[in-house]
Design a protein around this ligand. Structure first.
Ligand code: ADP
Ligand code: ADP
Length: 227
């Protein structure tokens, strides 16, 4: 579980990017953060993996404030997906997905099993494992990005506009697919988007942000009932 308690972030001495934000994401739930550009979504996300320091308040993961977690251990447990895909061009799809398991010293069999399992999950065609990223469509590349972030079985996934660079049709396909994928995972997800429809579709809970403030935090159903 992730808890944010009165979290605040001020950049420099005046830009208040996040003001007194509190909410909880239960284990296995997906929370979407939605709001216009500049409302503090990315800042909130990167505070969770400690890329950005908090100014005030605290973030608690599984009962322990993140300031007391070992930074490297914390990040090992957090998959991170951003819009700019960043697959390694000189590595095959399988090698990209197997990168973190390799760094963690997994044996070959365990790694290959995990790659196969993930390729099935993201519904890539047989043979994609040995292809290079440039041979894949944008949507397929983004699926591989998701698989790579899931490879080492993180408890948490942070996703920052992961489908933002895709054309509308592919984007919708990936949203549908990901809703299915996430249902089968016990991963706590925080998903940033500026698109309210995407937020409603992907989130068990939706955090609506405006100018650094949390305007509403509700299930999509309650949000639609009390807009
Ligand atoms: P969003 O993800 O919703 O677009 P951000 O979290 O990126 O919002 O930004 C929130 C506010 O903080 C914006 O006013 C932005 O200009 C500012 N900001 C973000 N990152 C930095 C930074 N590294 N230094 C200074 N200001 C920043
Ligand atoms: P490893 O996962 O191999 O232990 P580290 O945790 O040492 O790697 O991370 C190395 C660098 O990669 C970090 O300084 C950071 O910039 C980036 N990084 C790794 N994991 C994450 C993450 N979950 N979120 C954001 N950046 C990360």
């Amino acid at each position: 579980m992730i808890e944010l308690n009165d979290v605040r972030k001020v950049y420099g001495d005046s830009t208040e990017a996040v003001s007194q934000v509190s909410f909880e994401v239960e284990q296995g739930e997906t929370a979407t953060l939605v709001g216009p550009s500049g409302c503090g979504k990315t800042t909130m996300l990167t505070m969770i993996n400690r890329l950005t320091e908090l100014t005030d308040g605290e973030i608690i993961i599984d009962g322990t404030p993140i300031s007391e977690h070992d930074k490297i251990e914390l990040r090992r447990n957090i998959g991170y997906v951003i819009q700019e895909i960043g697959l390694f061009d000189h590595m095959t799809v399988g090698e990209n997905i197997g990168l973190v398991p390799d760094l963690r010293g997994w044996d070959e069999q365990r790694k290959q099993d995990r790659i196969d399992e993930l390729l099935e999950l993201i519904q890539l065609p047989a043979g994609a494992k040995d292809r290079y990223p440039e041979a894949l469509s944008g949507g397929q590349q983004q699926r591989v990005g998701v698989a790579r972030a899931l490879a080492a079985e993180p408890d948490i996934m942070l996703m920052d506009e992961p489908f933002g660079a895709l054309d509308p049709i592919t984007r919708e396909e990936l949203q549908d697919e990901f809703v299915e994928i996430q249902a089968g995972l016990d991963v706590t997800i925080v998903f940033v988007t500026h698109d309210i429809n995407e937020a409603l579709k992907m989130g068990d809970k939706v955090a609506v942000l405006n100018k650094g403030e949390l305007v509403q935090y509700d299930s999509p159903r309650d949000l639609l009932a009390n807009p």
